[in-house]
Write a protein that binds this ligand. Structure first.
Ligand code: ACM
Length: 628
């Protein structure tokens, strides 16, 4: 009994000590100390390495401190009030490439790592140990700036911790892309997957094919939701919406990312998703229909089993040798611009319908003993793989590159679910897990009555993501990533709203040891990061505070269940068309929604303060949901 009590006591104590920090992602180990380091207006930086990249990271931290009125003076002596940065002479295998040790005492801070990436990651933790208001301080007051004493040992669970941004469906400027990269780096993401081309815009300058951006980067402007009644360009109509990155822009962003420990993986999506490319070079298509950069209309019919039919062609012609020459020249330029080892060739949602109708393609298939569309797709992907590996890069493709046979050496990004990843790993290929039910950041994160996006993946679901499904050999799983498709995301503030806080959850899924993950603790930390975002006027979704509404039929009655995934909240509701709901009923158990022209109004409260948004859903909508 005593042992049990002591275990309980120490567990509770360690949780209390843990609660002293709000570092996301949660470190491998955090030991609180009864101490704190007071930041004075002059601080000593003791840098025990000449490594230029490490010094660049340290300089960035110095600039951050300077913005809040703290001067950092470099000195190679350990004196009082120092931060000491050290690179291990002998590598610490446990820390690996990206791990670090951080020790904060009353008199000083030491940050130790094997290399620059570890120093960068340690600095992100140190930054998060600073109080939320630190970065918006205008009136420096040393007494208020204390870093809690602690000892942290930390390293990532996965080497690939990515976020993808689609800049085709909506264009994001260089400054906006940098801002996206800067923010993700603070949560220790290390891969920025840049979805640069798609049907709705080609966004990267390719010098050997100038029309890709002269024509392909611009579309006629249409409003309203993507995929609905947006109309095709009228005869002679000017294409005014769009933009692209020059090669100089790209180099600038690549360097900016490297300065934040981030590698960029460029994606050029072939053979499908190529309407913008075909608008520029229609001779590369397999039919003669007029081509234009798609403005977001309805050009595809999806079936529940994920099969689909295209109404407009968006595929390169695999029977045309000119297409391979085109792809080769493009990847030559891409390989020279991006220093990372991977190039993503897309490969998703390739529609075979137009290929099958084309006699030239049929003849090509016969001549090359290609039996069907799947094999033809595989033929195409294998040729692309050869082109990419000839540039000393490794090819990545979406899960569909398994169709008809996987190319040697290809890495698979599994997006429908984790099945493609499982199959590829069985064949001995590396995989990256981005199953959409967990990682697609374009999906709604709150109730559809208050969100504009389709489908649903809330914060708690993202938090539960484990990139290693049962029965996979973990050594093939490089990691995972969140994907932000931007059909319905026209600007950066909304991109932030869709990305955060779900990217916090992803960062813990990809960095933190599984056994250290704890939803309730994560939420406490998330609330502190809400404050960080609010203080900087950065948009972040608080949908996690909203009630979760589930309706169902029970013996013909329309029943409603309300939950909320945050501890410590109470849910109130009314079904008599009155508000504020705080003066309605407190939710305890599922209740009946009576017949009538009435709406459910519901909201969460904590200590009598409203937390989430008030949801307002008419009975007819509840009925529709229950009948789905
Ligand atoms: C994808 O979502 N089409 C990769």
């Amino acid at each position: 009994m005593k042992t049990l009590f002591l275990t309980f006591f120490f567990l509770t104590l360690s949780q209390i000590i843990n609660a002293q920090h709000s570092i996301i992602p949660e470190p491998v180990s955090f030991e609180g100390k009864n101490a704190s380091f007071v930041l004075r207006d002059v601080l000593n930086f003791n840098i025990e390495t000449q490594d230029p990249q490490t010094n660049q990271y340290i300089n960035q931290f110095k600039t951050l401190l300077e913005k809040s009125g703290i001067t950092a003076v470099a000195s190679n002596k350990i004196v009082e009030n120092s931060i000491t940065f050290t690179l291990n002479k002998k590598k610490d295998n446990e820390l690996g490439v990206e791990g670090y040790l951080l020790d904060v005492t009353n008199s000083g801070i030491t940050l130790t790592a094997n290399g620059s990436s570890g120093i960068f990651n340690g600095l992100q933790s140190l930054r998060q140990l600073l109080p939320p208001h630190f970065e918006t301080i205008t009136n420096y007051d040393s007494k208020s700036i204390q870093i809690p004493g602690c000892k942290i040992k930390d390293y990532p669970r996965f080497g690939w911790r990515g976020l993808m941004l689609d800049v085709s469906r909506h264009f994001f400027t260089v400054e906006e892309v940098k801002s996206f990269i800067d923010q993700m780096s603070q949560y220790k993401f290390n891969v920025f997957h840049w979805h640069l081309t798609d049907d709705q815009g080609w966004r990267i300058e390719i010098k050997s094919y100038p029309k890709l951006t002269e024509v392909g980067a611009w579309r006629v402007e249409r409003h309203g939701y993507f995929g609905t009644d947006r109309t095709a360009p009228k005869e002679g109509e000017k294409a005014t919406y769009g933009g692209y990155y020059t090669q100089e822009d790209i180099k600038e962003v690549v360097q900016y990312a490297l300065d934040r420990n981030i590698t960029i993986v460029p994606e050029i999506d072939f053979p499908g998703h190529s309407m913008a490319a075909l608008a520029a070079y229609p001779e590369l298509a397999s039919n003669n229909d007029p081509k234009y950069v798609e403005p977001g209309g309805k050009f595809v019919q999806w079936n529940p089993d994920f099969t689909f039919e295209m109404f407009i062609e968006n595929m390169l012609n695999p029977a045309d040798e000119g297409v391979y020459d085109f792809v080769d020249k493009i990847f030559t330029e891409i390989a020279a611009l991006f220093p990372g080892k991977y190039i993503h060739m897309g490969g998703d949602e390739a529609y075979h319908g137009y290929w099958e109708e084309n006699p030239e393609v049929q003849k090509f298939m016969k001549a090359n003993k290609i039996a069907n569309g799947n094999e033809l797709q595989s033929y195409f992907v294998k040729r692309i793989e050869k082109i990419i590996s000839s540039k000393n890069k490794k090819m990545i493709g979406w899960g569909e590159i398994l169709i008809g046979g996987l190319a040697d050496g290809a890495t698979v990004m599994s997006w429908h679910d984790m099945q493609a990843g499982l199959e590829a790993a069985k064949l001995g290929h590396d995989v990256i897990m981005t199953p959409r039910a967990y990682t697609y950041l374009d999906l709604a994160q709150g109730d559809h009555s208050v969100e504009t996006q389709n489908r649903y993946v809330n914060l708690e679901k993202v938090y539960s993501f484990d990139p290693i499904p049962e029965s996979i050999d973990p050594k093939f799983v490089l990691g995972g990533q969140g994907c932000l498709w931007t059909e319905r995301i026209p600007n950066l503030p909304f991109a932030f709203y869709m990305t955060y806080p779900r990217a916090f959850a992803l960062s813990e899924a990809l960095w933190t040891p599984k056994e250290n993950k704890d939803w309730e603790y994560f939420i406490q930390k998330t609330e502190i990061h809400f404050k960080r975002f609010d203080l900087k006027s950065l948009n972040i979704s608080k949908a996690v505070y909203d009630p979760i509404v589930r309706v169902y039929k029970d013996n013909g009655k329309l029943m409603c269940e309300l939950t909320n995934s945050i501890p410590g909240t109470e849910i109130f509701y009314t079904i008599n068309n009155t508000y504020p709901v705080r003066f309605g009923k407190k939710y305890t158990d599922p209740f009946e929604i009576p017949m009538g022209d009435l709406s459910l109004r519901t909201q969460t409260y904590r200590n009598d303060k409203p937390m989430g948004r008030m949801l307002l859903i008419h009975r007819t909508d509840l009925e529709k949901r229950a009948n789905k």
